[in-house]
Design a protein around this ligand. Sequence first.
Ligand SMILES: [Zn+2]
Length: 317
Amino acid sequence: MSLDVAYSIEAQDYLDPDRAYDLYWSGAITDKKKFICPGSGCMAQVTCANLDTDIQDMKVVPHFKIYGDHSKECEISNKIPLNLHYEDGAPVKEERLSVDQSIVDVFELDRPESYYDEPRDNDSPKAYGVNKPKYAKKTRETKLRENGSVGTVYSVRSVVSRYIRYRKDGSIKFRRINILGKDINYSSIFKCIWEQDLDDLPKFPVIYYGWAFINRLPSGHGYQIKFKKKLKQGDDELTTTAMIADSTIKKYRIKKLMATRIERIYQKEMPTAFVFIYAQPEVNISRSDIKYANFNVKNLDMVDINYECPLPKEYNK
Ligand SMILES: [Zn+2]
């Protein structure tokens, strides 16, 4: 059984690897080794691999590794569901299992206020030596499942990283993602920026991806992401771009990650990146009469910038 969730000594809560990664890069946690097994009475040390590296090759996604021995009653080593409760005493149950028994993650477009909360002093769990609490802290925001995974994602980066993980563990065909109330297969959420006609593309936002050049804007106040391939509309080829203002990066809680990546790519002789954007393209015509397809980036959770293509070969184009 792979470990989908571990208790973070620093955050004093049960985290999945995606959230651990976000909290690390926002500065809320600092040590990849300060995790313990989520099982009952179990203090086995857990390390979140790839937490502290700005991953060059995102095919190696952050994940938990167990060191040391489980307790006798540990659910993880006995391969049974975790005995976890929310703070209000409600048991952690499978949140959504749709008719066809697929497992549905929810992609929330806004993070809850408490997402980056630092633990308070009176938060209690004397996790060193004694034991960790039996409850998960975030009642509404974090939807822990009976099997211990966390069903809510808040960024395109996490959607991509889960997609990779589910393909690897063979569960992809049972996995769906719910966005704004609609369930979609994990694999159909991604659309390649290629010579596709805008009129044939979904009339709602999905995750577009492709290789792009990263340029500074002429104004000097941000970056332009210019995809190598163009979208089409009838016979017209549309230059396909998105802008990221420096002020948007500055405001972002995980700016250390985003700024590191985008600057490192921009410094390269050939500043190209593999980019994912959750948005719907809009057609604009510039003053010099060039037709554009623009993605409006609401916030940086809706963009993922990679040094290499993190998806399997067939996506790398
Ligand atoms: Zn254990």
